[in-house]
Ligand binder design. Structure first.
Ligand SMILES: C[S@@+](CC[C@H](N)C(=O)[O-])C[C@H]1O[C@@H](n2cnc3c(N)ncnc32)[C@H](O)[C@@H]1O
Length: 195
C-alpha cells in the first residue's frame, strides 16, 4: 500500500493514478482535441493564484491537457469563484458533479476524476451512473474510503462486482490494480476503469 500522507501526496497520487495510467492505456501524450478533463475539483489555487501542484496546474504542467480542456465542478461556490479567477480559460461549474454532467451542452470527457472522500455506499452508485453516460474511450478515476480506524467498509475484492451492479449494459474494463493508500488513519482506494 502507498503511504502518501507525507509531503505532497496529491501530486504524486495524480501522477501515478491519472497521468501515467492514461498515457500507458491510450498510448497518447495529451487528450484528443475537443475532449475534456472532468474533475471534482476543490480549490485549484495557492492563495488564489495558479499553481503547478493543484490539479489543473499539474495537468497543464505535464501537458496532458490545455487549460480550456479542464471542467472543474464543486458544490462550494467560493471554490468555484477562486478557480475562475485563477484559471479563466477553464470551465468552472458550481453544482453536484453528476448533475453537472447531465446538464452541460457539450459532454465530451476523455478523463473523469471523481475524487471523493466518500464511502462506497455513496461513491459506487454515482460511479456507476457516470460510467453509464460517458462516451467510449473515457478513463474514469474514482477515490473512495475503504477502511476507517481499522473498520473495513468494503473489501477490495468486492469493489468491481459492486460497481457492475449499477451498470446498464455498458462494457467497462478495470485497471488490474486497485491502488490503495493511507490518508491519515483512513485507507483510501483508487479505482480506474475505461469505457
Ligand atoms: C477530495 S476534494 C477534490 C480534490 C481535487 N480533485 C484534487 O485533486 O486536489 C473533493 C471536493 O468535492 C466537493 N464535493 C463533494 N461532494 C460533491 C458533489 N456531490 N458535487 C460536487 N462537488 C462535491 C467538495 O466540496 C470538495 O472540494
Amino acid at each position: 500500500m502507498k503511504n502518501w500522507t507525507t509531503t505532497h501526496y496529491k501530486p504524486h497520487a495524480r501522477r501515478e493514478t491519472i497521468i501515467d495510467v492514461y498515457r500507458s492505456r491510450f498510448n497518447i501524450h495529451k487528450i484528443p482535441n475537443g475532449k475534456q478533463y472532468w474533475s471534482l475539483c476543490s480549490d485549484c489555487t495557492n492563495d488564489g493564484e495558479p499553481h503547478k501542484d493543484t490539479e489543473i496546474g499539474q495537468m497543464i504542467h505535464h501537458d496532458i491537457i490545455s487549460e480550456q480542456d479542464f471542467v472543474g465542478v464543486d458544490i462550494d461556490s467560493n471554490t468555484i469563484s477562486r478557480n475562475t479567477i485563477a484559471y479563466p480559460h477553464a470551465t468552472w461549474i458550481c453544482n453536484d458533479f453528476f448533475a453537472a454532467m447531465c446538464e452541460v451542452d457539450t459532454f465530451e470527457p476523455a478523463i473523469v476524476n471523481f475524487d471523493t472522500i466518500s464511502t462506497p455506499k455513496y461513491a459506487i452508485p454515482v460511479l456507476g451512473d457516470i460510467i453509464n453516460i460517458v462516451p467510449p474511450n473515457t478513463m474514469i478515476v474514482c477515490n473512495m474510503i475503504l477502511k476507517c480506524r481499522n473498520q473495513i467498509i468494503l473489501p477490495i475484492s468486492e469493489i468491481s462486482q459492486q460497481i457492475q451492479i449499477h451498470l446498464s449494459g455498458v462494457d467497462v474494463d478495470f485497471h488490474p490494480d486497485i491502488m490503495t493508500y493511507l490518508n491519515g488513519t483512513t485507507e483510501m482506494a483508487t479505482i480506474v476503469c475505461y469505457t
